[in-house]
Design a protein around this ligand. Structure first.
Ligand SMILES: [Zn+2]
Ligand SMILES: [Zn+2]
Length: 377
């Protein structure tokens, strides 16, 4: 078998490789057509897709998981090939310049948000409007390389000689214990397990908190998962990218300010229990704009320069710090907006391969089993 020993590459190619680390897992699953083979994350992703919107706190919750915001997208703009096609942070504001909540400087990154004054927030543009890169030539190869790096120890060989992707390491693999007290934060008692006699697990009955943790994994960037567990995923070699930055084998090749960006990439604001458990920092839910709020409401990002012209705008302060509304908080509801799925007495059934289904009270055990095997067929 022919084999690529190493490839000599330019800075652009290395940048593209490193950008894999800042991609949220949900984005990787989506870009790879739900065939990422990262454990059972494809199943988790499909569960979010299939689960009715009624089970989520808000419409935005589903979008946050299926199209998680890349917290470092600002840095991806300069990439030659950006495989993360997620839209940059969209901005919605209340366009009423004499709104009673004007002083809040509130904005939303998701549609259907309502201002404290009661008016619907309207789209004014994307926080990173200019120059975001679309999928261009070569992107197909990079997506293939991403997939190979997750599943194979020889992704360059596979890509170069166009070998079919197979799972090199089909053995069951157990991740090393995470070195902190994360287990204590997760309330395992709330999970009911149905086990067969030969010790294999049939399914788990979990509450909203458990399901939320599972779903929340989709919003965590790959690099932060590798940081938490030291290695991941076992069949692939994408963790070597992380290690080559961490161990400084490329001393001087990564700018110091980019090092932490790649080694512990942040998650989007208002994330999840998963971010807390894995100790992943979140991007601040604020946004600085270079004009007063009134001008921003009127012109959006397009004409922030007009604010500086005296005949147009009399406001003294020419910058505004906008604060993002929690997209998980239901409109005028009393929910605390901490979780994606609605809490209460709702129970969920989680199969051994992490497919999540709502558990209806009158389901008998036999019908549950029936539903699971339907899934597998
Ligand atoms: Zn308003
Ligand atoms: Zn102004």
């Amino acid at each position: 078998m022919k084999k690529v020993l190493f490839a000599e590459s330019d800075k652009e190619f290395v940048d593209v490789l490193f950008s894999f680390l800042i991609m949220p897992l949900g984005t990787i699953v989506r870009v790879l057509g739900k065939q990422s083979q990262m454990g059972c994350l494809d199943e988790v992703y499909k569960s979010v897709e299939d689960l009715s919107a009624d089970f989520f706190q808000t419409k935005a919750c589903k979008a946050m998981l299926l199209k998680p915001l890349n917290a470092a997208s600002r840095h991806c703009r300069r990439l030659k090939i950006n495989v993360d096609d997620t839209k940059p942070r969209a901005v919605y504001v209340c366009k009423d310049t004499s709104c009673c909540a004007h002083g809040d400087g509130a904005f939303s990154s998701f549609p259907d948000a309502v201002c404290r004054c009661g008016k619907a927030m309207e789209y004014v543009g994307d926080a990173l409007d200019e120059g975001d890169l679309a999928l261009t030539g070569g992107a197909r190869e990079i997506i293939s390389l991403l997939k190979r790096s997750l599943m194979s120890k020889q992704p360059l060989t596979g890509l170069y000689f166009d070998y079919t992707i197979t799972n090199d390491d089909a053995d069951v693999y157990v991740l090393p214990e995470k070195q902190n007290d994360a287990d204590q934060k997760l309330n395992i008692e709330k999970i009911k397990v149905l086990q067969t006699k030969n010790n294999s697990l049939l399914y788990v009955e979990g509450d909203a908190e458990f399901v939320d943790l599972l779903f929340g994994l989709l919003s965590i960037p790959l690099g932060s998962i590798i940081k938490a567990f030291g290695q991941w995923p076992p069949s692939g070699c994408v963790d070597n990218l992380w290690k080559s930055i961490d161990h400084g084998s490329g001393e001087g090749s990564v700018r110091p300010e980019c090092q932490s960006l790649l080694l512990s990439p942040m998650a989007a604001p208002f994330g999840s229990g998963a971010a807390k458990v894995l100790e992943v920092d979140e991007l601040a839910p604020t946004l600085d704009v270079n004009c007063c709020f009134k001008c921003f409401k009127t012109c959006g990002f397009a004409e922030t320069g007009r604010c500086r012209q005296q005949y147009y705008c009399g406001e003294m302060v020419k910058t505004t710090k906008l604060c993002e509304l929690n997209p998980k908080a239901p409109k005028g509801g009393n929910g605390n907006g901490e979780t994606y799925v609605k809490g209460g007495h709702m129970k969920f059934l989680v199969t051994d391969d992490l497919h999540v289904l709502p558990l209806l009270i009158n389901h008998s055990t036999s019908s549950l089993r029936c539903k699971c095997s339907d899934r597998g067929a």
